[in-house]
Design a protein. Structure first.
Ligand code: XUL
Ligand code: CO
Length: 435
């Protein structure tokens, strides 16, 4: 059965095409900086937003009607697998990401839940074999079920900690079985509502314990994929422990986990933390912890995690600039952690959304590659900091001077001359590359 029969394979038709079901910039086989566009971008479909989301929000019920809505829970899960692979094939998307809960119905007992999961994983495995589509990363949903009301690894209830451990164990088994390139921890409820009832130290220690146990188990089963933490400052909790890249790096270093994890950076989480997407990518890059990306965008006027599809070429260019400068994706990729608006009622809107996101990042990639080829920012930055290449600057960098040496040097200075930062002209140059 075909689930999206009104859509055929989406092809690249170039920027002047009027066909709304075509790519204007994403030309998968085109070579950019010596590599195919599709291998630079490694686009992935998010199972949850694409196949299970119904358009609910804090005030309203589901609005999005799908072919599989009226099926029994297991049949619905099977239909979603088929629809998901058809969707990815039609868009030429080669990766997907999922939470355990996205693919199979939960049950009263863990045993039954794992049985459901296994049955669906069989089907996913067969579809992966048929299509060559790969798993970018797996994860476990430890935030939706009421049992996680106080958190998962950070719950005050040790039984919940054990349940979470069981879910992670099973999700790691599945991810390994499906040759997943990575495994993500996003701590949706790993945070607090009020410190009046919270043992912050124990919660953080326990969160680290859960991560350590997971790393150990991965070793035991021979899972060699990359582990990621996905930072987010808040929502659903008032304060989430994985606040931003800097906070997560400090956490990992505190608990000796820094060599085991990289970052999965989401655009909308960065802005919620008061940073730009580029800032979070840059910080990860310069610290060697850049891993993967959840591409989306928020809405400045709303201020919560709206998870909209990325359409801003400026942001995508700067993101691709950081990604290329980090050496590009290795185990990671570009997962569209984005959903259509609840008024975008039809299945075809999913295609328009992905086409827009893919074209935006393809254009961003092309512009970023050109900027890097021409060393636009590198040359400027190199010149801006040239005082550290010679004389006193060189000695500072080589750590050959004491505070007293510097003081003696400064006392002899007659005048200090600063150069312009040239922000406006750099912005103009960036725009001229985009236009
Ligand atoms: C929530 C979010 C998650 C993670 C995976 O804001 O981004 O979907 O990406 O758990
Ligand atoms: Co995400």
């Amino acid at each position: 059965m075909e689930y999206f029969s009104d859509v055929k394979k989406i092809n690249y038709m170039g920027k002047d095409s009027k066909n709304l079901l075509s790519f204007k910039h994403y030309n998968p086989e085109e070579i950019i900086l010596g590599k195919k566009m599709k291998d630079h971008l490694k686009f992935a479909m998010s199972y949850w937003h694409t196949l299970t989301a119904g358009g609910t929000d804090q005030f309203g019920d589901a609005t999005l009607i799908r072919e599989w809505d009226n099926l029994s829970p297991m049949e619905k899960s099977k239909a979603r697998v088929k629809a998901g692979f058809e969707f990815m094939e039609k868009l030429g998307i080669e990766y997907f990401c999922f939470h355990d809960k996205d693919i199979a119905p939960e049950a009263d007992t863990l045993e039954e839940y794992f049985k459901n999961l296994n049955e669906i994983v069989d089907l996913i495995e067969a579809e992966m074999k048929r299509t060559g589509i790969k798993l970018l990363w797996g994860t476990s949903n430890m935030f939706s079920n009421p049992r996680f009301v106080h958190g998962a690894g950070t719950s005050c209830n040790a039984d919940v900690f054990a349940w979470a451990a069981a879910q992670v164990k099973n999700a790691l088994d599945i991810t390994k079985r499906l040759n997943g390139e990575g495994y993500v921890f996003w701590g949706g409820r790993e945070g607090y509502e009020t410190l009046l009832n919270t043992d912050m130290k124990l919660e953080l220690d326990n969160l680290a314990r859960l991560l350590k146990l997971s790393v150990e188990y991965a070793k035991e089963i021979g899972f060699e994929g990359q582990f990621y933490i996905e930072p987010k400052p808040k929502e659903p909790t008032k304060h989430q422990y994985d606040f931003d890249v800097a906070t997560v790096m400090n956490f990992l270093r505190t608990y000796g986990l820094e060599k085991k994890f990289k970052m999965n950076i989401e655009a909308n989480h960065a802005t919620l933390a008061g940073h730009t997407f580029q800032h979070e990518l840059r910080l990860a890059r310069i610290n060697g912890v850049f891993g993967s990306v959840d591409a989306n965008r928020g809405d400045l006027l709303l201020g919560w995690d709206t998870d909209q599809f990325p359409t801003d070429v400026y942001d995508a260019t700067l993101a691709m600039y950081e990604i290329l400068m980090a050496g590009g994706f290795k185990e990671g990729g570009l997962n569209f952690d984005a959903k259509v608006r609840r008024a975008s009622l039809d299945s075809i809107d999913l295609f328009y959304a992905y086409i827009g996101g893919m074209d935006t990042f393809a254009k961003g990639l092309k512009v970023a590659a050109k900027l890097i080829e021409d060393k636009v920012f590198e040359n400027f930055i190199e010149k801006r900091y040239e005082s550290y290449k010679v004389g006193i600057g060189k000695e500072i960098v080589e750590e050959k001077v004491s505070l007293k040496d510097l003081s003696d040097y400064a006392l002899k200075l007659k005048e200090i001359k600063n150069c312009s930062g040239r922000q406006e002209v750099l912005e103009n140059i960036l725009n001229s590359y985009i236009y």
